[in-house]
Design a protein around this ligand. Sequence first.
Ligand code: 6GU
Length: 229
Amino acid sequence: MRIDIVTIFPAIFDALDISLLGKAKQNGIIDLRVADLRDHAHDKHRTVDDTPYGGGAGMVMKPEPWGEALDSVLADDVDPVVIFPSPAGEVFTQRMARELSEESHVVFGCGRYEGIDQRVFDDAASRARVHLVSLGDYVLNGGEVAVMAMVEAIVRLIPGVIGNPQSLVEESHEDGLLEYPSYTKPPVWRDREVPPVLLSGNHGAIAKWRREQQLERTKRVRPDLIAEE
Ligand code: 6GU
């Protein structure tokens, strides 16, 4: 999968070189490129923002650098998806991560300030499938941290990135429920016992207990997930 990230803070994405994602880059499973939006601003100060038409607080990102940056990453493209992280977008979910993990080219456009000129989205939508995507109901200063989270959620689902694919099946959100609690040795720690069923060797009973734990936990902390089904 090819991933392009357009940002005014390319250094934030140096962190993608470590851990599993770094390995996926090294192995060639992902071709990840980070572009500096300011390379597409041509005045002396490399300006990427300006005051909003109609007035109001803050600055808006100018369309020209964005247009040029997107032209450049979309140039030799087959069938791209362009994601703009935004608190005004649809909420990012495991399902979305799964769908995006099957794409051949995903582009992330990180906005800062009060947003990007609307015509950038409209213009991109004439050449690509464009989505505004939010991590949740809170506000970050810019899209960079949100894109780090999305890239990690997407790339770990690409076959070959995670050593044991079974670990992807049993985790939270894969079956619409939160995951069950896990235990390892020792059997007693600070007077706290591991639930005896897990030591019983009875695989049917263990599966049943885990399912019950998933349901109880999901009802308690995320009743909205149950209501959806
Ligand atoms: Cl994707 N971007 C920003 N700037 N803030 C957010 C967000 C995204 N998701 C939640 N808050």
